[in-house]
Each structure stands twice: as C-alpha cells, then as structure tokens.
Design a protein around this ligand. Structure first.
Ligand code: S3P
Length: 172
C-alpha cells in the first residue's frame, strides 16, 4: 500500500488532450500514490485498441465498459485515476467517483487542445473531426457536466506540468 498525504483516490477528468495522463504520471511520483489509466484498463481487458472497440462495437458499448471500469475502481485506495475524456457523460459515473475520491478537472482552450491532439489518431471521437471548431463545439456541449462533476478545477493553458501539479496538490 502506498503511503501518501492523501488517503482518498484522485480522479483526473477533462477533455481529450487536457493532460490527464501526463499529470497523473507526475502526481504519482510526487504523492507516492498508485496510478491507473482507465482507457488502458479497457484496452487490456478487451485485447483491443479504443479505436477498434469503437469501430467494432460502437460508442455505447465503449461507454458501458467505461462505467463498469469505474465500478471496479471503487475498491482502489490512494490511487490516481486518469479517466477517459467522456467519462462525465453519464451522471452515475460522477457519483461513483465521488464515493471514494476527489475529482480534479483539467481545462484548456480549444486551440490548446487542438495543438496537443492533432497528430494523434487514437481518438475515434476526433478522427474525422480534427479541427478547432469541432473541439470547441464538443467542449461546450460537455462543459456543464465537467464542471458539475469537479471538486477542483485547474486551467492548464500556458502552465508547466510542475506548476499544474503544485496547483492541484495545494487544492486537494
Ligand atoms: C474520449 C476520450 C478518450 C477515450 C475515447 C473517448 C472522449 O480518452 O476514452 O477515445 O469521448 O472524450 P482521452 O481523454 O484520454 O483521450
């Protein structure tokens, strides 16, 4: 069992490219907590990539896998969970996270997100929509859900990983 300042789990949420995985890695080192990547858990369990799951079974199927993964994670302790970007789309998912953790929302402007994700082809939601307008539109649609789920909000534009982590730790 990791020893840490914090005895709860920390869920990192936010749009694709908000920096959830990067920040989770850094926080894990700084706080000596455990760490899991929800998308990675799903990929390993299914033996398929996220894109393959979307292509073969569709988004609803993927969202079900995501919800089930969160339920599994309820047994975790002192764990930093890097969530998939769409995890807040179901209200019950936020409820599951709140039961045993604090939820940190990472935000960034659509232009910043675009710069961070534009060369990646691992995000089926963006594959045919890799542009700032689409990102801005989807972000706007999800905005209230992200904010409603969050205990802590940290803006990530023009900040270093270290600065972002310090801000999160100060607010936790
Ligand atoms: C998604 C975000 C992705 C992944 C899937 C769907 C979304 O995770 O779960 O492609 O709907 O926002 P990242 O936020 O880690 O890219």
């Amino acid at each position: 069992q990791a020893k840490s300042l914090f005895d709860y789990n920390v869920f990192l949420i936010g749009f694709m490219g908000a920096g959830k995985s990067t920040i989770a890695g850094e926080l894990q080192e700084k706080l000596e907590m455990n760490r899991v990547e929800m998308d990675q858990m799903i990929v390993e369990k299914q033996g398929m990539s996220i894109s393959e799951i979307f292509d073969e079974y569709g988004e609803t199927y993927f969202r079900n896998l995501e919800s089930n993964t969160l339920i599994e994670l309820q047994k975790c302790k002192q764990t930093i969970v890097s969530c998939g970007g769409g995890v807040v789309m179901r209200a019950e998912n936020a409820d599951h996270m709140k039961k045993n953790g604090r939820i940190v929302l990472l935000t960034a402007k659509p232009e910043t997100i675009f710069e961070r994700v534009k060369d990646s082809d691992e995000r089926p939601i963006l594959n045919n929509n890799m542009n700032v307008d689409f990102i801005a539109g989807l972000m706007e649609k999800r905005r209230e859900k992200y904010l409603a789920a969050a205990d802590i909000v940290v803006e990530t534009d023009a900040k270093t990983v270290t600065q972002i982590c310090e801000e999160i730790i100060a607010k936790l």
